[in-house]
Design a protein. Sequence first.
Length: 261
Amino acid sequence: MKDNVLLVGKLNTTIRNIHIMMKEHFDVQLCTGDSSVVDGMIKLLRPKMVFISLTDYEKKARKALELIDKKYSHIIVVILGNQEELSNCSEFIDEERYTIIKRPIGIKEMIKACYAALGIPEQYQDGGVKKEEDNRKYILMVDDNAAQIRAIKGWLEEKYKVHSVLSGWQALESVKETRPDLILLDYEMPICDGRQVLKKLRENKDTSDISVVFLTAISDRKHIMDVMDLKPAGYLLKPVEKERMFEVIEDVFRKEEDNNS
């Protein structure tokens, strides 16, 4: 099993490239928000390591590190930056507490530094065996309730690859990074709710055909009709039942296969 790593920083070319590289070696979740979002993601994912890219993230990095040191001092922290970025942040970067990686650096050297920070011997890196291609369907789960995500993600991982985020905006950014086969989308979320997320997905030709299954806690007939007017692939009532969830998801994938055959 791959170690769980939370990748933190500004959404830019640097962090996108790091994400692509690290996914080959670790179970990586990308977090591009401020310290409050980092806090939520740590509670949700319980990562073994937090990897912070300083590029365009220097100001927010200070609060993120203060949060980690105050509430999550057991978590391994790796910081990546060039000479200027590291100098600008030297006041609050504890070189004894954190693993510092200076750019420019090669991919292999960066990954080795991450393994060293995790204390994994070379013979056990990448599981010590050649990785097999994972052809399972990929599901993106979107819900602002971290406890619910943990429970449902645990069920889904029995059969599917799963990535989870805590907000609609994070979902839209995640879809740009990796296209999911299906999105489990909470209908009732603050700021950018499920309706808005689906509307934005449908407006983009690259994402307009992604299957979306809504999660909703409101079961009255008018609300359900409003949900179905958006023409999702399906919906699930909260609290979600495991057996019903798999029925709905498998039905969506089965219909897609029939339509493509």
